[in-house]
Design a protein around this ligand. Structure first.
Ligand code: DAH
Length: 368
């Protein structure tokens, strides 16, 4: 039931203004959060008990003749205000949106579909090349022990990589035996050891993952970066297999026109070891700024698994009650490791490694 409309004691213009503005304000506050449009219509325009009807009875009928016109004008204005509010409510938002103060006529906020980060994209590409050759993926922890990261990989006790200058070591490890001390893995190579201890040959694995070094960040270095490691162990694996596999992988990644060459190098866990270079993809080997006029770009390290590595794997297997499976007289293998950032930078012509980690959408969207 509507509240009664109190009678007007005065019909002069300012009294009319005051009386109608109270009603206009009522309409405005009701329409600001209009939940039930029909109830609003009834309350104001209802034929018998609507407020307009009551107003007309209380004010219009008893109005002196000269007040009829100003009163009628104001009455019509109020009616228009109510009708306009009703039209708005019918053409616009459902009550819920209006109630929550949501303007559903505004454009929606479009959520961009997710996409691979350029580094993950490159890492997955590398991994996929080896999956097609029959390799499977193996993973290992980023917090690693000195044993897996260094000792079993034939790093001598005083190798500079073991120094805190180069390796991020965990606090409070001094009381432990050297091989049990925990550190952030400096390469993905420890997963070679973990896999061989767990499984007998044949082994064909790729190991994508994050590695950490105590390096200052600059245009080409980051203390956290990514590698893909590879290991192949079987009977009669030769250096030719290594060369053929990596030559194929480089062509798959950079295009079939790319050439590879192998240089003697050194890693404690491979013998012989090599650095692999690819012909410069920017100048096709002619010599440019990117390849420092050499026509070649150095990309990864590799080599034949050192018998000392097989020996420490077997020693560990025996300690765990497993059979020896890595007799260097019967089996052989090759390993390789490459930096994902470096490959992605070459693929896309990126000169600052920091862009990968900046989270700048303008950079990242270019790879979507
Ligand atoms: N672990 C080496 C590094 O981080 C890369 C590497 C070189 C891995 C030769 C290998 C390899 O498996 O055979 O610098």
């Amino acid at each position: 039931m509507n509240e009664a409309i109190s009678l007007l004691s005065n019909y002069d213009e300012s009294s009319l203004d005051a009386a109608f503005s109270t009603l206009a304000e009522e309409v405005r506050s009701e329409t600001a959060s209009l939940a039930d449009v029909e109830a609003f219509r009834l309350r104001w325009l209802g034929r018998k008990q609507g407020r307009l009807k009551l107003v007309s009875e209380a004010w219009l009928k008893s109005a002196p003749a000269d007040a009829r016109k100003p009163l009628g004008m104001r009455f019509n204005q109020l009616k228009q205000q109510i009708e306009a509010a009703l039209t708005d409510a019918e053409t616009a938002p459902p009550a819920l949106a209006a109630k929550a103060g949501i303007d559903i006529t505004l454009p929606g906020s479009v959520r961009a579909p997710g996409n691979e980060h350029p580094l993950l994209k490159t890492m997955n590409e590398v991994v996929a090349v080896f999956h097609r050759l029959g390799y499977s993926t193996a993973l290992g922890p980023q917090v690693e022990s000195d044993f897996y990261n260094f000792e079993a990989l034939n790093f001598p006790p005083n190798h500079p990589a073991r120094d805190t200058q180069d390796t991020l070591v965990l606090a409070g490890q001094q009381t432990k035996a050297s091989r049990d001390r925990l550190l952030m893995r400096t390469h993905t190579s420890p997963v070679q050891i973990r896999t061989m201890i767990a499984e007998a040959p044949p082994i064909r694995i790729v190991v994508p993952g994050k590695v950490h070094r105590n390096d200052a960040a600059d245009a080409t270095h980051s203390p956290v970066f990514h590698q893909v490691e590879g290991l192949c162990v079987d009977t009669n694996i030769t250096f030719s297999d290594l060369k053929g596999t990596l030559d194929h992988a480089m062509k798959a990644l950079f295009g079939s026109a790319v050439k590879t060459r192998f240089f003697p190098s050194f890693f404690p866990f491979t013998e012989p070891s090599a650095d692999v270079q690819i012909s410069c993809i920017f100048c096709a080997g002619k010599g440019c700024r990117k390849c420092k006029q050499s026509g070649w770009i150095e990309l990864l390290g590799c080599g034949m698994v050192d018998p000392a590595v097989f020996a420490s794997v077997d020693q560990q297997r025996v300690a765990q009650g497993k059979e020896r499976a890595y007799d260097a007289a019967k089996i052989s293998g090759f390993a390789f490791g490459m930096g994902v950032e470096r490959i992605a930078m070459i693929q896309h012509g990126i000169s600052d490694i920091g862009q990968f980690y900046s989270g700048d959408m303008r950079f990242l969207e270019q790879f979507a």
